[in-house]
Design a binder for this molecule. Structure first.
Ligand code: DON
Length: 568
């Protein structure tokens, strides 16, 4: 038993460390992104960007393209795309209307606060990370139908047809994917009772056809949302989960609802930022950090300079300390959003900041934890030819989620339950800790860091941006916005630029390796900052679109992955 737990921990460690190239190996990334006149999709896979761009060329809008992208990623990017996950969409319509959709997973009705604790009250992280008990009630399928119903324009059959064709014809495995599939074989075998579509050794260029998923998608096209939330597909799913020891019931699926939420909005100089509200911490933390750093002349300090890094780090440290305590599902817990993002509160938070010395994290809150981040979420940005813009981040949480794969339906199931705080002060897989605000309760949504964001400049659409990266999502989005607004980079340069991250605990600054000035890092150390250049080969995988002054769109597709911009 002990051995298998060790094996799981080691495999999770390997999964997270597995091999995306370092940013310095990625210098072949282009310096200017794709430029188009009308419309663009930037996503984690060329197949998804292509299908969604074609949908818009056929006359579809960004919301139709959202449905196509989300489903095409479920086919071609099983690492994070799936019919078994959840996410958030932020949008800005051409007429300036804004909104957001919460299709985050929920805790099952039978979930309980202490479900991941052993008899001695210790948290057993494998239980919330691997296999059937880790699964939150999926929201993705409800999400695409909510978007389609309210904002879509083409028939769902038309949107899903090319996705179904892709699942039948197959997608071509990239080098990164082959490595990733192969490095997860052990966990796939351990979690699943039988072999699955992904139980074999892969090489670059292999074709993966997913006929089971094609069939499931066809049923969704024919029968709509209820096919999954209570219909035949739902029954198969629930039987499968229960057969594997899980607690999700048909009742859970039937009672799942998406929520249209008011986004977080705030100003940063002449920009208006529109981002995701709780149950994501993304918008609140982004507001806290940007509003704090706004008071400093970052441009004068310079990009990735000592002072810029100090200011951003100290703002991040304080925001993440607040995140761990105050943030959770607003349907269950009163999150003090106004207070946390008010200028007066933020000023007080920075009162003890000094350029001379780091503020130790344990002087803000207690705790010492391990932590790491990885990229098992996916973000895409879309702008259509009508001027609608969307930013969507969706996830299975860990790589391939719980690793449990529904062979009959063709997709992996999430392990989103690990985003709850299993026990106050005990870190989750991203090293994040939480408190009562994010404790487990039936039907509650687990706190997220996903930060799909749209930025307006002078009242007009300017940028759509987001990324995977667990706890590092917020800080990667932040730096991408600043890279353009403060440091004058174009969209692709802003995405390419090396990134750093601080999340209060552990009390360290993560840097992408070999990409920052050594002397500056040494000065930071002398000032009391802990430097970690080895544990994050890459930070984030940002996909963004910028509206240029002449009205064209520039894509920023992150070459840290297979991400691709396509448009017309
Ligand atoms: O919602 C969240 O914050 C996490 N489930 C996101 C996970 C993620 O980004 C994994 N990839 N890095």
């Amino acid at each position: 038993m002990k051995k298998s737990i060790l094996l799981i921990i080691f495999s999770l460690f390997l999964a997270c460390k597995s091999a995306p190239p370092t940013i310095s190996e990625n210098i072949s990334a282009p310096e200017v992104g794709l430029i188009t006149e009308n419309a663009m999709v930037v996503s984690a896979r060329a197949e998804a960007s292509q299908i969604a761009s074609d949908i818009m060329k056929q006359g579809g809008n960004a919301f139709d393209a959202m449905v196509a992208t989300e489903m095409a990623l479920a086919v071609s990017y099983p690492f994070a795309g799936s019919l078994g996950g959840g996410g958030f969409m932020v949008y800005r319509k051409a007429n300036g209307d804004i909104g957001s959709l919460d299709f985050r997973e929920k805790a099952p009705l039978a979930a309980s606060k202490d479900m991941y604790l052993d008899e001695s009250g210790n948290a057993i992280s494998e239980k919330s990370q691997l296999g059937s008990l880790a699964i939150g009630v999926p929201g993705t399928v409800a999400g695409i139908f909510s978007v389609h119903e309210k904002l879509g324009s083409l028939p769902i059959e038309t949107i899903l047809a090319p996705v179904i064709a892709l699942a039948k014809k197959g997608y071509v495995v990239s080098e990164g994917q082959a490595k990733s599939f192969n490095s997860h074989q052990g966990l796939f075998g351990q979690v699943n009772k039988t072999s699955i579509l992904y139980t074999k050794s892969f090489k670059t260029g292999d074709t993966v056809k997913n006929l089971a998923l094609a069939k499931t998608l066809q049923k969704l096209a024919d029968n709509g949302r209820s096919e999954y939330y209570g219909g035949k597909t739902g029954e198969i799913l629930v039987d499968f989960i229960q057969d594997n020891g899980g607690i999700i019931t048909l009742e859970d699926l039937k009672s799942y609802e998406t929520v249209w939420r008011k986004p977080i909005t705030f100003n940063y100089k002449n920009l208006r930022v529109i981002s995701m509200a709780p149950p994501s911490s993304g918008g609140v933390a982004l507001a806290q950090i940007l509003k704090t750093v706004e008071k400093f002349p970052l441009q004068e300090f310079g990009h990735n300079s000592l002072k810029t890094i100090q200011v951003i780090t100290e703002a991040e440290r304080r925001a993440y300390a607040d995140r761990s305590y105050y943030l959770g599902d607003p349907d269950f817990y009163d999150v003090p959003v106004e207070k946390l993002t008010s200028d007066s509160y933020l000023d007080v938070r920075m009162e003890n900041f000094s350029f001379d010395r780091a503020t130790p994290s344990n002087s803000l809150k207690h705790g010492a934890i391990p932590g790491y981040e990885s990229l098992e979420t996916t973000h895409y940005s879309i702008v259509d030819q009508f001027g609608n813009a969307i930013a969507v981040t969706s996830t299975l949480n860990g790589a391939y989620g719980s690793k449990l794969y529904v062979e009959e339906l063709g997709f992996f199931l999430n392990n989103e339950m690990d985003d709850f705080s299993a026990k106050p002060g005990v870190p989750n897989m991203f090293g994040l800790i939480g408190a009562e605000a994010n404790s487990i309760a039936p039907e509650k949504r687990m706190l997220s860091s996903m930060t799909p964001t749209i930025v307006e400049k002078d009242g007009k659409f300017w940028m759509s941006v987001g990324t995977p990266g667990g706890a590092t999502i917020i800080t990667s989005v932040l730096q991408t916005i600043l890279n353009v607004s403060e440091f004058g980079m174009n969209m692709q340069e802003a995405v390419n630029a090396p990134r750093f991250h601080h999340q209060w605990l552990p009390d360290e600054i993560r840097f992408e390796p070999n990409s920052f000035d050594k002397e500056m890092l040494q000065t930071l150390e002398e000032k009391g900052y802990n430097i970690n250049e080895k544990d994050s080969p890459i930070l984030g995988k940002v996909d963004a679109i910028l509206k240029l002054p002449n009205g064209n769109l520039e894509g920023g597709a992150d070459r840290r992955g297979d991400d691709t911009a396509i448009g017309f």
